[in-house]
Design a protein around this ligand. Structure first.
Ligand code: S3P
Length: 450
């Protein structure tokens, strides 16, 4: 788990062109869901390409604590022998989800309608994040919760003994909340209906259908209406996890800002609910090409080629695109620093409750590196300096947030002076091979002494 060990200070030095193929790890969102749904069906689910980052490994341990058999066969190949919907055993120990909001919120949903009592905790970042957004709708099923002030972990959930189905309009654009309600709905009789006003990543819906649940999605004036029939018999699946577009974002953005670069990132998941960054980068004038578009395991996939893009310009990123690139704003703000003009990112209040307050963490670091940032509660603007003109020369706090650490490592590849982070250890939560992979392309990342 990150944030519990020794900090790893890291420095990124300006480097030459980045060249080659970047084989980024498996999709984090899909990996969590594969382990959880694998644990909720009877029989053996076979997963290839699982992300073996700390977040997902913590979810795997949790599923084992609930009674599933989770086996690592090496090389990203895993099997999960599930206990069936409603079959979770009560864990003997506290469930520690480390740094992972997705892990804890999805698992809370999955256990909420089983007659078991579970205590959840996490690292300092996770224990500061709001859980009321999940426990409020779970209470409608009959789940009881006792937690710390402000709905924070550590927290104990007492699963509903006689769950009732729920109709819930998700008040914030959050795939984690939507997914928690759907997973809880699995063990409630009748139909559970979740309505989201803005579409968020739909991996849970796709995977539930893949596992044999009856789930329909309707676009209505009220929003996206998702209806799930409760108490299905889920059947085990073979799941091929595509590579994570949110991890691909780092080598792609690094190539775009580093002179002379040409990087191919193969097999990237391009689910439209995840692809907003690439649309934005193209709007900024980035040289980005999708090759070999295809479908694999129920998800659209392509190979992405990113080249150095000397004429980037600032853009307005509209609020309706936020959900499809919510994890990519930190690295987008770095690209924006190398563009001409202002990049205006709107409707991004959710960024304030991620692993860190990402607007605050990025604004502090960008300013320290010589870039002007303006911010409000749900928007921020970065004034680009153009290629070759970004000073760098700062040491930034990563605030237990993997994406803040990686964004600043990318920045240092093209600034005038190196950029450092106080602690790169959180990178292991989602992208354990980041240093090796970026180094292989030509980046100059070094671990530095505190
Ligand atoms: C995720 C949903 C998003 C995202 C997170 C992964 C998921 O969080 O930021 O990294 O897998 O459902 P929210 O649901 O809080 O928007």
């Amino acid at each position: 788990m990150s944030g519990h060990g020794t900090p790893i200070p890291m420095t990124s030095h300006p480097c030459g062109p980045l060249k080659g193929e970047a084989h980024v790890p498996g999709d984090k969102s899909i990996s969590h869901r594969a382990l959880i749904l694998g644990a909720m069906c009877v029989g053996e689910t076979h997963i290839t390409g699982l992300l073996e980052g700390e977040d997902v490994l913590d979810t795997g341990k949790a599923m084992a604590a609930f009674g599933a058999t989770v086996t690592n066969h090496g090389g990203g190949e895993w099997t999960v022998t599930g206990v069936g919907v409603g079959g979770f055993a009560e864990p003997e120990q506290v469930i520690d989800c480390g740094n992972s909001g997705t892990g804890v919120r999805l698992i809370m949903g999955a256990m909420a309608t089983s007659p078991i009592t579970v205590t959840f905790t996490g690292d300092a970042s996770l224990n500061g994040r709001p859980m009321g957004r999940v426990t409020d709708p779970l209470a409608l099923f009959g789940t009881q919760t006792v937690g710390r002030a402000g709905g924070r972990l550590p927290m104990t959930l007492v699963g509903a003994v006689d769950p009732v189905p729920v109709r819930y309009v998700v008040p914030v654009p959050s795939a984690q909340v939507k997914s928690a309600v759907l997973l809880a709905g699995l063990n409630a009789p009748g139909q559970t209906v979740v309505i989201e006003k803005e579409a968020t990543r739909d991996h849970t819906e796709r995977m539930l259908q893949g596992f044999g649940a009856t789930l329909t999605v309707e676009e209505t004036a009220e929003g996206r209406v998702i209806t799930l029939d409760g108490q299905p018999e889920l059947s085990p699946q073979t799941i091929i996890v595509p590579r994570d577009p949110s991890s691909a974002a780092f080598p792609v953005c690094a190539a775009i800002i580093t002179p002379g670069s040409d990087v191919l990132v193969p097999n990237i998941g391009l689910n439209p609910t995840r692809a907003g960054l690439f649309t934005t980068l193209q709007g900024m004038g980035a040289d980005l090409v999708f090759e070999n578009m295809r479908e694999e395991g129920g998800e659209p996939v392509a190979d992405l080629r990113a080249k150095f893009s000397p004429d980037l310009r600032g853009v307005v990123v509209p609020p309706e695109r936020a959900a499809s690139m919510i994890d990519e704003y930190p690295v987008l703000s770095v690209v924006a620093a190398f563009a001409e003009g202002v990049t205006d990112m709107q409707g991004v209040k959710e960024l304030r409750v991620k692993e860190s307050d990402r607007i605050d963490a990025m604004a502090k670091g960008l300013r320290a590196a010589g870039v002007t940032v303006d911010e409000g509660p749900d928007w921020w603007k970065v004034t680009g300096l153009g290629h070759g003109n970004v000073p760098g020369g700062a040491t930034v706090e990563s605030e237990l947030d993997h994406r803040i650490a990686m964004a600043f490592m990318v920045m240092g590849m093209a600034t005038q002076n190196p950029v450092s982070v106080d602690d790169g250890s959180p990178i292991a939560t989602s992208f354990p091979i980041f240093e090796e992979l970026m180094g292989g392309l030509g980046a100059l990342l070094v671990r530095t002494n505190p």
